[in-house]
Design a protein around this ligand. Structure first.
Ligand code: ATP
Length: 663
């Protein structure tokens, strides 16, 4: 909830409480504006309706799709864990107090009668009411519509093939020969993906999502080319961010080369991974995409990686752009942080995936298609249709559950704070706890210098001499690529934005210490070695929100003198050099938020917790931060108590998707 106090128009027809809440910073300007609109344009006078509308809008700002009335009344402090104290009179009811006094029956009756709220269950929906009441959930219409569309589109993909092609098992056996685990979930996932137009493959880091999907694509393409050699499947790969797309294209190449298929099949499996925005064809300054139901994507198979980062609206747009027969494969880690924008679609879709919940039909199908036995994961009673399309990969091939990072991630995920702390306390090589005296503790500087020194030294050591190089442009780009890769080996992750231990404080502190150490020359805004992250998509430059580049002193063939340029590695490996003045929206990235690090991995990570507790400190945040590290994760914080609180706190985003799809 924003603490800024918007300048509010005085409207005497509006309930005073609404203005009070906005002045107190308990509503955002946009929440207040919605209530004003309903009052002025919709003629709504009722205080309860206006307040509930503003609170619903406010909940969307918190990442929820709707306001859950039951929960709002019974445990309002869970929905509003912290309301800022901005010096408003004691006499003013806080939203949590006001909600605590409402009666469910009266509240629903008032909302049901309002002309600005549609109630589809009572056949009252003109299609233009700004809000929708569905059961106990109050929605802004746009989000209700997205939820309806996503649910309908997923449901339409839940049909499954009954017959098992006779040659499928031998192909799967060849692809997954020598699997060390029983059942081999990678094989199960591939078998199930042949059966229908929707498959969701979830798993923690290194569980083989990429490996599995490449084998699966090879399998699908091989089968297609046998059936019709003239018409290979049109396969499209995408990820939500440029970074995630680049990472997938990097790891996919080797896996395609290793496929046990003819060259013709391997050539027909694409290596190019786009961002989701590019896949759908974003339209400048618009929420719409070129591909939608009227102009669907020309694709037979669409694979989306890092699906946990996709919000509800983007999911709706993706599904809208797919023909019903296009096979959709979603990959992601359901336990990671949800999308920044509203919704936790992958989490909703994967609800119950741990248990399996397969029907007897699915168990039989998997057995005959792949030979794998998943009877132990059969549903006790009802088997939700969506579960038949979901597979959880359970074994990390990058680190075992008893390795430091794997074990720590598992302990956090299980909500086991004692084990989390004991693993951190053991001080293994790969996980450790840096307990700080206070927020100013210089261990932060020490650990950061140790982490960033190698790329800065590399930068200097491998700088090409453009007078000596036959192709100075190529030499510059090769050098830039090397420096970028070195920078990617270590990253400081912050959990909050503000304060000495937040993103901005850490960026300043790290730049200052690197300067003191003589590793950077930070006299001005732009200096060699400055790492920056793009914070808004720039289609002209071909840079996406989240792309990271390093400022380098470069001398290209046409330059009379060296110039500072920011080097970015594009998906596919090309280096783009951009003058700093052309970058409108960017920030230094010696430290980045855990949210921004999603879709990236680093050899070593220093994750810094804030000084005081904050509702953003959750199990999902810790898990996501820790699992960004391939080899070493250090957690730094001023108290163990905060780690306990974070491990115990879960993100729970309200939506109706889970209930509807798991029915
Ligand atoms: N069944 C397997 N047996 C042995 N090694 C495997 C198996 N599956 C995957 N691997 C190896 O484990 C590593 C991680 O696999 P992969 O990249 O496919 O996982 P992922 O789930 O996509 O990882 P992430 O998304 O976290 O990067 C790779 O080196 C891969 O070759």
């Amino acid at each position: 909830m924003s603490s800024e106090q918007p300048a509010l128009p005085i409207n005497t027809a509006l309930p005073a409480r609404l203005s009070d809440w906005a002045r107190a910073g308990w509503l955002r300007g946009v929440d207040h504006a919605l209530a004003c609109f309903l009052n002025e344009e919709g003629g709504e006078q009722d205080e309860t309706v206006l307040l509930m509308a503003a609170l619903t809008s406010q909940q969307v700002g918190q990442g929820n799709i709707c306001l859950d009335l039951q929960q709002a009344l019974s445990e309002p402090t869970r929905l509003w864990p912290e309301l800022p104290d901005t010096g408003v009179a004691e006499a003013i009811d806080r939203p949590t107090d006001w909600l605590g006094k409402q009666e469910m029956e009266t509240l629903t009756a008032v909302l049901t009668q309002s002309a600005v709220i549609a109630c589809p269950a009572q056949q009252r929906d003109q299609g233009n009411e700004p809000l929708v009441l569905q059961g106990n959930r109050l929605y802004l219409r746009r989000y209700w519509q997205h939820e309806q569309d996503v649910a309908a589109s997923i449901e339409a993909r839940l049909e499954t093939e009954e017959t098992v092609a006779p040659d499928l098992k031998s192909q799967l056996d060849a692809l997954f020969a020598g699997g060390a685990y029983q059942p081999d979930w990678q094989k199960v996932a591939s078998a199930l993906a042949v059966r229908s137009a929707l498959t969701i493959i979830t798993g923690g880091p290194g569980t083989g999502k990429t490996t599995t999907v490449v084998k699966l694509l090879g399998l699908l393409q091989a089968r297609q080319l046998t059936a019709d050699p003239e018409r290979p499947l049109r396969i499209r790969l995408a990820a939500p961010t440029g970074k995630a797309a680049a990472r997938l294209s990097e790891s996919i190449g080797g896996a395609i080369d290793a496929l046990p298929f003819d060259e013709s099949v391997k050539l027909a499996v694409p290596r190019e991974v786009r961002t989701l925005h590019r896949l759908l064809g974003s339209v400048r300054n618009s929420r719409f995409f070129r591909n939608d139901r009227h102009n669907p994507l020309h694709a037979d198979v669409v694979v989306i990686d890092e699906a946990s980062m996709i919000d509800l609206e983007m999911t709706a747009k993706l599904l809208d752009a797919l023909r019903p027969e296009t096979r959709l494969i979603l990959l992601g880690d359901k336990d990671q942080l949800a999308s920044v924008e509203a919704g936790a679609v992958l989490g909703d879709l994967c609800q119950g995936a741990d248990a399996g919940d397969y029907s007897a039909d699915t168990v039989d199908w998997v057995k005959s298609a792949s030979g794998e036995e998943i009877g132990a994961f059969q549903a006790r009673d009802q088997a939700p249709a969506l579960r038949q399309h979901t597979v959880m990969l359970r074994h990390s091939h990058r680190f075992s559950a008893d390795s430091g990072i794997g074990g720590l991630a598992a302990a956090v995920n299980a909500g086991d704070s004692e084990r989390t702390l004991s693993l951190l306390g053991e001080g293994d090589d790969d996980v450790s706890l840096a307990l700080l005296k206070d927020a100013e503790d210089s261990r932060i500087e020490k650990l950061s210098v140790a982490g960033y020194r190698p790329y800065l030294e590399q930068l200097k050591a491998s700088r090409p001499d453009s007078n000596q190089e036959p192709d100075p442009d190529k030499a510059t780009r090769d050098w830039a690529r090397k420096v970028i890769h070195h920078f990617g080996q270590f990253q400081v992750l912050a959990t909050v934005r503000q304060g000495m231990l937040g993103v901005s404080g850490l960026n300043e502190r790290i730049a200052a210490v690197l300067r003191r150490e003589g590793l950077i020359d930070k006299d001005r805004d732009w200096y060699e070695g400055r790492p920056v992250m793009v914070t808004r998509n720039d289609y002209e430059l071909g840079l996406m929100n989240g792309d990271v580049g390093i400022c380098l002193l470069t001398r290209l063939a046409d330059d009379e003198r060296p110039r500072l340029r920011v080097a970015f590695e594009l998906p596919g490996g090309d280096i783009r050099l951009v003058l700093p003045s052309r970058l409108d929206s960017m920030e230094s990235v010696f430290a980045m938020t855990v949210h921004k690090s999603q879709g990236s991995e680093f050899d070593r990570v220093l994750m810094v917790l804030p000084e005081v507790d904050n509702p953003v400190l959750t199990r999902e945040l810790l898990y996501t931060g820790i699992t960004r590290a391939r080899h070493q994760a250090t957690l730094a914080g001023t108290s163990e108590h905060l780690i306990r609180l974070a491990v115990a706190r879960r993100i729970s985003r309200r939506s109706g998707l889970r209930e509807r799809l798991n029915a």
